[in-house]
Design a protein around this ligand. Structure first.
Ligand code: ATP
Length: 540
């Protein structure tokens, strides 16, 4: 099917308040069949909320609905639930995965719409006794996967999949729906490697040629420019620009998003060669292995000195994420880890926290937050549990009760420092936008005041303006509070801006450790395994 010029979807004058807080104000846009719309804006600008309205999600109805109209082919529609939106041909892939871990790719793709097979018992007991049609379901999954152009194993269990494969499975599920006309993708490439992201962008183009319209939300502005036909920029809940992608560029979009000129690039270049830290040995890791799906660590050894910021980089799926997850006890690990001269008991998260280490996970929804609790509670909870901080003692310590005042104080401090967009420290974590939730995870780790802080993908899902705030805050904790930091990231330039040294992981091994001031090309060679000779030298 070719793109046509008739309007297929129109959202007209959309406004939305959550408990008196206006988050969308008179937003209008329209799309044609097969058109690709890039939807961009700062964390909390209202992108996900706008899409939740389009998709009929219950959180919208439960919080007083919305004002404005949605029109499909010129006719007004109201979606009471996502099922109605799906029936109308609209699919959505959210920031958080909704797959069933114990099911295979195929089972997840056909979930709730499984093809069934007739057998003789149906005559006696009715349709309920029909069997699953294994072959047909497999065929359906294969067809949906083929549309993506990504090599997904349709028999693999979701629990054993690397994160990028989960993202493709989610999208394949939408493509399995016969009458699909529009797919909303909320930050689909945030968890993908560069080559996976390229494949996804390519499949988006293919789907568009087949007449499927796509709304792509992303903080990676370059990919918006590359793939979108049109860009819609939201700021503080209102449309500030609607422009053809071919007539703009990344810098201009970033400026519209934040509402001012961005004079300096977000990531400052490394201006000085950082000296080797010669402080006391804080952490020594020897022959660490970690069994983490998609991020297996085979044999890793490195040392971290007190006061240092060590980066750990490498291509996705090579094991860099496994290192902090293994040391902090979240995935099965072995080998030897020594912290302040004492052996660390692996496979025991509490042990690592108790001895002064903290971890900001890349999986903020999975292990990062208590979604149904307020922000202050989220920020102090771990410190309260492991360090008796933010509690008051009565009757000579016999009774302990939380110190509400101290909780509010620390929460307000981090809300201000990290510019967390919320109504107050009493707002529930689940009510925050994805990027602001990520900042809460960082605040929670800072509140622990750890001696050693592991941060994994700290700027994932963070908008172009706020990345600098996050990196500056890490640097400030390192300089002013002496926090030693191990930062795992796919963003090499960000690591180079704050780290002293950077280790590169390849195929589960460290292929080299270089000063952050080394050339990008040297890091590039290590990433593709062409630097094994650096290994001994770096670890010496
Ligand atoms: N259920 C809710 N209750 C109260 N406020 C909410 C709720 N959901 C979202 N909000 C608020 O609406 C605003 C817009 O959030 P939204 O998730 O739409 O932002 P976003 O542009 O998608 O941000 P991000 O890039 O961080 O994902 C935020 O200030 C958020 O706190």
């Amino acid at each position: 099917m070719k793109k046509n010029t008739e309007t297929f979807l129109e959202m007209r004058g959309i406004s939305k308040e959550f408990f008196g807080n206006r988050v969308l104000n008179d937003v209008s846009f329209s799309m044609q069949r097969g058109e690709i719309l890039g939807l961009v804006g700062e964390n909390g600008a209202g992108k996900s909320t706008l899409m939740k309205i389009l998709f009929g999600m219950s959180v919208i109805h439960e919080t007083g609905g919305y004002d404005g109209k949605i029109l499909l082919d010129g006719k007004e529609v109201t979606f009471a639930s996502p099922l109605n939106a799906l029936d109308a041909g609209i699919g959505m892939v959210h920031q958080e995965f909704s797959l069933i871990p114990g099911f295979t790719t195929t089972e997840n793709i056909v979930l709730n719409t499984e093809s069934l097979k007739y057998n003789v018992l149906v005559e006696l007991f009715g349709d309920k006794i029909k069997n699953l049609d294994f072959e047909k379901n497999t065929q359906r999954a294969k067809t949906a996967i083929a549309k993506l152009g990504f090599n997904l194993d349709e028999t693999m269990l979701v629990s054993e999949m690397p994160v990028g494969h989960k993202q493709f499975t989610e999208i394949a599920r939408e493509l399995d729906r016969e009458q699909i006309e529009l797919i909303v993708l909320d930050e689909p490439t945030a968890v993908l490697t560069e080559s996976e992201a390229d494949i996804l962008l390519q499949s988006i183009r293919t789907l568009s040629k087949e007449g499927i319209a796509i709304i792509l939300i992303s903080h990676r502005l370059q990919e918006i420019i590359e793939v979108a036909d049109k860009v819609l920029v939201l700021r503080d809940g209102a449309v500030v620009q609607e422009v053809s992608a071919s007539q703009t560029n990344v810098e201009q979009i970033a400026e519209w998003m934040v509402g001012r000129e961005l004079h300096q690039t977000v990531i400052e270049k490394v201006d000085t060669v950082r000296e080797e830290k010669s402080g006391e040995l804080l952490l020594s890791v020897e022959h660490l292995w970690v069994d983490m799906p998609g991020e297996t660590v085979r044999d890793v050894s490195f040392e971290v000195r007190r006061g240092e910021i060590l980066g750990i980089g490498g291509l996705a799926g090579q094991g860099k994420l496994g290192i902090p997850n293994g040391i902090m006890g979240l995935h099965v690990a072995g080998g030897q880890v020594i912290f302040k001269g004492q052996p660390v008991t692996l496979n025991n998260p509490r042990f690592s926290l108790n001895i002064g280490m903290a971890f900001v996970s890349e999986d903020r929804r999975g292990v990062g937050l208590l979604l149904e609790e307020p922000l202050d509670w989220n920020i102090v909870f771990t410190a309260m549990q492991t360090q008796d901080k933010y509690v008051k003692s009565y009757l000579g310590g016999l009774i302990q009760w939380r110190d509400d005042e101290a909780m509010s104080r620390v929460a307000q401090e981090y809300i201000q420092v990290l510019e967390i967009r919320c109504t107050s420290e009493k707002q529930l974590a689940q009510e925050l936008s994805g990027g602001n939730q990520q900042k809460i995870c960082l605040a929670k780790a800072f509140a622990l005041n750890p001696e050693l802080l592991f941060v994994s993908e700290p700027t994932r899902g963070i908008d172009v303006g706020a990345k600098k705030i996050v990196l500056d805050t890490l640097r400030k904790h390192n300089k002013q509070k002496g926090t030693t930091i191990v930062m795992v990231s796919s963003e090499l330039e960000e690591m180079r801006s704050i780290c002293d040294r950077i280790a590169i992981v390849d195929e589960g091994f460290i292929s080299g450790i270089l000063p952050a001031s080394a050339k990008s090309t040297e890091f590039g060679l290590l990433m593709v395994g062409k630097g094994k000779e650096h290994k001994e030298e770096a670890n010496a």
